[in-house]
Every structure is written in structure tokens, then in C-alpha cells.
Design a protein around this ligand. Structure first.
Ligand code: NAP
Length: 513
């Protein structure tokens, strides 16, 4: 609902406006918050690592202090069940604490020291040192499908703050009340930890202009985004058309192919079918890692698997999506798939009425899949497409023709994995995470996680938006040549005051120089 520059959150279940009006940020407001972020950067980037770690921990505490009122508002705005939101709050808070641990430990700055060799012949070698430093103010776009863990205090915000960058969040219009509550918690932490004013700001907008103006602001130095391909690509284009182009870390659509190999299908087809029904329909299919493409090699076990999968899907109740617009987009995607020749509606969930999404699984042949590019595009919701291959070579061929995705999954016995070894060589070039005998939904937040992948899954294949490596998106390497000790950052000083791991003359060590 909209009146000029004011808009209201919509109750995702009743589709009625909720209490509280939100303002579309004007260009004046955007200038004001980015100016404050730019000023804050000068102070914030110099804060010692323990202060930044304490600040992240404090944000986590303040989010918990919001209590159930946060979850209640979030439930109204998103229709996500309370149990899911409780889990997402834990994830959000633990994510902040994990970044705090990494910052406190300190080695993430990738300190490298190559000591001088003044008497090297024919020319002397200078003292050369390297570390990562923060980029500056970061624009973060809250994601609709993770109102806590990928929004106001989510992974992008946490990783940017951890890296030493102030953040301006453009909240998602689908949950502005939730965004506002979380922002209050972050601002409390800013005050308690004596961080500079402008370290964090939230702006609202249900107009594309707000996001465009933010990305185009000359003092914004990078962008973190999770959402649609169209949205991510638009922001990437704005950023590249700037006088000073900046990196956009957009995590966009993905259909997350799953390969089910013959011996695994025979041995544990029932378990795979059950797990797949769960993974396709969990959270009403509103996960960027939802398995949207299932590739199966025809064998004597396929019919049994199809019937188990179809049976499972037929029992899934219709459910409310995050927004009415998302439901519209989902239903229109289902209609378009049905228009494509030789695509059979293979299984349908329980119809919960016109305001809910009904799960749908389609089936088609490999030839038809290869000839219709639209079949590999994401339809955000509880749907997937079964594609039947006739041989191992066809499975390899499909894999070779894949575009970039966030994940690829392979179900196989030891024998299958040995026989289809080549598949893994292909898949590691196509995705950010390859899973064996698992389900792609459920992304662990840890040091080794990669939630990214080649274009069009993201606009920055060298990065991850989940896990502690996400911080590396918001820093750049700087080399300090022939610096006297007193001018060097502490992380690079000879005596290693932080006792961090450093690469000294080619060897990893915590000792001094
Ligand atoms: P979205 O449309 O990409 O929007 C995400 C954010 O980017 C919003 O704040 C939006 O602002 C902004 N934005 C989008 N296009 C823009 C543009 N051209 N210029 C400036 N700002 C722009 O994603 P969504 O609203 O979350 O969901 C829409 C669809 O995206 C879903 O139906 C689904 O297909 C897909 N989606 C994918 C994922 C994933 O992880 N793969 C996650 C969520 C959604 P406005 O709100 O003002 O438009």
C-alpha cells in the first residue's frame, strides 16, 4: 500500500496493511546517511579488533533483548512460522558471534611479511608487507526470504561491520517493521560500544529509485545483495555505470541441480524421494538453494522413485508465501512451464486456496530440457523439474551445459561415485558448493561455507555471502613498502602484538620478525 512517499507493511496472510507508516528515503536522506557513514568510516576503521568484536557481540545481545515482539512482527509481515523465525534468530545471533570470534582472533587480515635483503645482488630487496583493509561504506539490500539472517543484521551487514566498514541497509519493503526493530537493536549497540554515529543506518523504500540512488552514491564503496536475477543484475549495472565503478556482491537466482545416480536410486530411492520432497517444499520453496532440477538416469528403479516422490508431493499442504507478489510470480511461472510442449505436470500438492502456493513437480525429457532454456530458470516457490536421462554420457552432457549455480548435489553409492568421477570435475567448475548424498537447503554458517558460484548465480564468483570468508568481499589488499615500525599497522609490526598467524618470508608463523 502506498501514498506518495509513505508505505505500509502488508500482513502476508490477510494481505491487509499493518500498523506503522514507512517513508521512502529521499535523495536528501540518502545523502545524509552516506555522509554520516563516510565520516564514521575514518573512526570505525581504526577501532581495535577487540572493540569491533565486542560491538558484534553486543548487536547479538540487543537482538535477543528485543524478545518475542521481533518474532511476532516478523511473522505478521512474512507468514513464516514462529518456529522457523526462532531458528533464524539463533542463526542471525550466532552468525554475529562467529564473526566476532574471527575478528578477535585477528589472523583473517592475511598479514604477509617479506623482509628486506639489502645486500641482494644485483639489486637490493625492499621490506614489503601486506594486509587487508576495509573498503568504506557498504550498501546492503535486505533479502525478502531471510528477514533476520539475510536482512538488517544479517550476513552482509555482519561481515561488512566485521571487516571494518560502516553499513547502510536498504530494508526490504516486505518486512519494514522487522527491519526497524532490528535497526533499533544495532543502534543501541552502536551507542553502548561508543561506535561513531553513522556506523549503521537503515533506510526504507518500496520504490526502485531508493536502491538505485543508494548504489549510485559516490561514497558507497561496495554492495551486498540477495534476491532476484533482475534485481541483482540491475544493481550491478548501476554500479558499473558509475564514474567510479564498485563491486556488487549479488547472490541471485539458482536452480541447484541434483543428480541421482542408478545404484543410489536402487539402494535408497525411498529415502532420497522423502528428503527431496522436504527440500523442494521447506519454507514454501522460498530458498535460493531449493533443488529446482532433478536429473535421473533411467533404470529399473526410476518408476518406483517417481511414484514415491509424487506420493510425497501430493501430501504437501498449500502454504502462504512471503508476499502476494511472490505468489503471483510463482503461479505465473507454473503457467509458463505448463505452456512448454512435452512438459508433464507430474505431481501436485494439496490446494490450499487462491492465497496459497501449491507445490508442483514437472517431468520432461533430456532433449526437451536442452531445447528450452527457460526450464533451467528459477521459479521461486515449491516446485521442481524431473529430467530423465538415458545414459551416463547424457548425465555428463547435462552437467557440461549447466550455467553457474549456487549448489549441485549428487546422490550415489561408492560404486556410483567411482563410476561417475568425471561428473565431479565438471560440477566444481559450475557451482559454489558440491554436496554428496545430502540436500542443498540448509546452509551452515561456518568458516568453510561457500554460498556463491559462477554467473548467473552471482555477479562475483570469487566470493561467498555466507561463512566467515564473506568478510573478504569488503576489504582490499594494501602493500606497505619500506615502512618504519611506528608507521606500520599493528598486525604487521615486527613484534606481532596481536599474536596472529602471518606469512613471514614464505612460512606461516605466529612469531615475531
Ligand atoms: P528483488 O525483486 O530482487 O528485490 C530485492 C531488493 O532489491 C529489494 O529491495 C528491491 O527493491 C531491490 N531492487 C530490485 N530490483 C531493483 C532495481 N531494478 N533497482 C533498484 N533496486 C532494485 O527480490 P525479492 O523482492 O526478494 O523477490 C522477488 C523475486 O526474487 C522472487 O519472486 C524470487 O524469484 C527472487 N528471489 C530470489 C532469491 C534467491 O535467493 N535466489 C531470494 C529472494 C527472492 P524494491 O523492493 O523496491 O523492488
Amino acid at each position: 500500500m502506498n501514498t506518495n512517499n509513505t508505505f505500509y507493511a502488508i500482513n502476508a496472510t490477510t494481505e491487509k496493511p499493518l500498523e506503522g507508516a514507512f517513508q521512502n528515503a529521499s535523495i536528501g536522506k540518502i545523502n545524509e546517511v552516506v555522509k554520516k557513514a563516510t565520516e564514521a568510516f575514518e573512526i570505525y576503521r581504526k577501532k581495535d579488533k577487540n572493540s569491533i568484536a565486542d560491538f558484534l557481540d553486543q548487536i547479538a545481545e540487543e537482538i535477543m533483548n528485543l524478545g518475542d515482539s521481533l518474532l511476532e512482527r516478523c511473522h505478521l509481515e512474512t507468514a513464516l512460522p514462529m518456529a522457523r523465525l526462532q531458528g533464524e534468530r539463533v542463526r542471525t545471533v550466532n552468525q554475529l558471534k562467529l564473526f566476532a570470534t574471527v575478528v578477535r582472533e585477528g589472523s583473517w587480515v592475511d598479514a604477509r611479511i617479506d623482509t628486506a635483503i639489502p645486500d641482494r645482488i644485483p639489486i637490493p630487496k625492499a621490506d614489503i608487507r601486506h594486509m587487508l583493509i576495509p573498503l568504506g561504506p557498504i550498501a546492503v539490500f535486505g533479502a525478502s526470504n531471510f528477514p533476520l539472517a539475510f536482512s538488517t543484521a544479517g550476513g552482509d551487514t555482519a561481515s561488512a561491520l566485521a571487516a571494518g566498514c560502516p553499513v547502510v541497509v536498504k530494508g526490504h519493503k516486505a518486512h519494514p517493521g522487522t527491519a526497524e526493530l532490528v535497526a533499533t537493536a544495532i543502534l543501541k549497540a552502536v551507542k553502548k560500544c561508543r561506535m561513531p554515529d553513522g556506523t549503521f543506518s537503515l533506510i526504507h523504500g518500496n520504490s526502485r529509485k531508493v536502491g538505485e540512488d543508494l548504489v549510485k552514491h559516490p561514497e558507497i564503496k561496495a554492495v551486498g545483495f540477495t534476491g532476484s536475477y533482475g534485481g541483482g543484475k540491475a544493481l550491478f549495472n548501476y554500479a558499473n555505470a558509475r564514474l567510479e565503478p564498485i563491486p556488487v556482491f549479488a547472490e541471485m537466482g539458482s536452480t541447484n541441480p541434483v543428480f541421482i545416480l542408478p545404484a543410489a536410486l536402487k539402494e535408497s530411492g525411498d529415502k532420497i524421494a522423502e528428503g527431496m520432497v522436504g527440500s523442494i517444499t521447506i519454507g514454501v520453496g522460498q530458498f535460493c538453494t531449493k533443488p529446482g532440477l532433478l536429473f535421473i538416469q533411467k533404470s529399473e528403479s526410476t518408476d518406483k522413485f517417481y511414484s514415491q516422490l509424487g506420493n510425497g508431493i501430493s501430501k504437501v499442504p498449500g502454504a502462504t508465501m512471503l508476499t502476494p507478489d511472490m505468489l503471483k510470480a510463482y503461479n505465473s511461472g507454473i503457467e509458463s512451464t505448463l505452456q512448454i510442449g512435452e512438459v508433464e505436470l507430474f505431481a501436485s500438492g494439496l490446494n490450499g486456496g487462491t492465497t496459497t502456493a501449491t507445490s508442483k513437480v514437472f517431468k520432461t525429457s533430456i532433449e526437451n530440457f536442452i531445447n528450452n532454456k527457460s526450464l533451467s530458470e528459477e521459479n521461486f516457490g515449491p516446485t521442481s523439474i524431473l529430467v530423465e536421462a538415458n545414459s551416463k554420457e547424457e548425465i555428463f552432457e547435462i552437467a557440461r551445459n549447466l550455467e553457474g549455480h549456487l549448489t549441485a548435489t549428487v546422490h550415489g553409492t561408492d560404486k556410483d561415485l567411482e563410476e561417475y568421477k568425471e561428473l565431479f570435475d565438471i560440477l566444481e567448475l559450475k557451482v559454489g558448493r558440491v554436496l554428496i548424498n545430502g540436500f542443498p537447503t540448509g546452509v551452515e554458517v561456518c568458516n568453510s561455507m561457500v554460498h556463491g558460484g559462477p554467473y548467473p548465480a552471482t555477479t562475483a564468483p570469487q566470493s561467498t555471502s555466507v561463512g566467515t570468508n564473506a568478510m573478504k568481499r569488503f576489504v582490499r589488499p594494501v602493500c606497505f613498502q619500506n615502512y618504519p615500525q611506528f608507521l606500520l599497522p599493528d598486525a604487521l609490526k615486527n613484534n606481532n602484538p596481536f599474536v596472529i598467524w602471518r606469512l613471514i618470508d614464505g612460512g606461516i608463523s605466529k612469531s615475531g620478525v
